[in-house]
Design a protein around this ligand. Structure first.
Ligand code: IYR
Length: 236
């Protein structure tokens, strides 16, 4: 079957005409985005001040618009705001992280992390009002009319979920919230505690909230633009 036959047998194609911005509007839009994103820092000390769930939900809605392999949208965003459950997750994460920091991570890895001052203590998981656990669906699962479960392949899962997480962090930052991307290793305990289906693997755990009054961050900087942006244009 040719690609176009395949596509037309599934979806009709419809016109796409997004609003066209003037150059001034483009400049203002991207500048506002840059200004808000420039203030983002990974935060490890949170205030317990509540954040309305509606804000988190909108950010997830934005993230779920991400492009994905074959539009399979292989993600779930689980939000934990219940203190009991946050405590359970913190204790399980600390157990794994203690083992990692004390036995599993190489000296080279520990040296690379030393300037950031991280260790196995993860109080932020309990302190932040919400913890978003993002799961990647490593294969698809659908229930057939006869009630049996059918497995099918998902494509570019890591890339797709990575892009969606980028959009999630961006939406939360744009809304003025602080985040931390935490990947306790291994993360199997998250699927168990949160009772996720067999096709899901924890991808990242993200505490979300406001920085604590006395929060501090390491004085690290980002690479200068000319090291990361390379432009080939027509020679005049
Ligand atoms: N997962 C550990 C270790 C860690 C690893 C990297 I690479 C970091 O940039 C930060 C931490 C932890 O969360 O502490």
């Amino acid at each position: 079957m040719s690609e176009s036959t395949y596509r037309s047998s599934r979806y009709p194609f419809v016109p796409y005409k997004p609003p066209r911005f003037s150059i001034e509007e483009q400049r203002a839009g991207v500048q506002l985005y840059l200004n808000r994103m420039s203030r983002r820092r990974t935060v490890r000390e949170y205030s317990d001040e509540p954040v309305p769930y509606e804000i988190i939900e909108k950010a997830i809605q934005a993230a779920s618009l991400a492009p994905s392999g074959a539009n399979q949208q292989p993600w779930s965003f689980v939000v934990v705001s219940d203190p009991e459950l946050k405590r359970q997750i913190r204790l399980a994460a600390e157990e794994e992280e203690k083992e990692s920091y004390e036995h599993r991570m190489s000296q080279e890895w520990l040296d690379a992390l030393a300037p950031l001052g991280t260790d196995w203590h993860k109080p932020h998981i309990e302190e932040a009002p919400h913890v978003i656990v993002v799961f990647a669906q490593i294969y698809g699962l659908e229930t057939l009319p006869d009630g049996t479960q059918h497995k099918y392949k998902h494509y570019y899962v890591q890339e797709s979920v990575g892009i969606a997480v980028g959009m999630l962090l961006s939406a939360l930052t744009f809304a003025g919230l602080a985040t931390l991307t935490h990947t306790p290793n291994p993360m199997g305990f998250l699927g168990q505690i949160l009772q996720r289906p067999a096709n899901e693997r924890a991808f990242v755990l993200i505490p979300v909230g406001y920085p604590a009054e006395d929060a501090e961050v390491p004085a690290i900087t980002k690479k200068p633009l000319d090291q990361v942006a390379i432009h080939f244009e027509k020679k005049s």
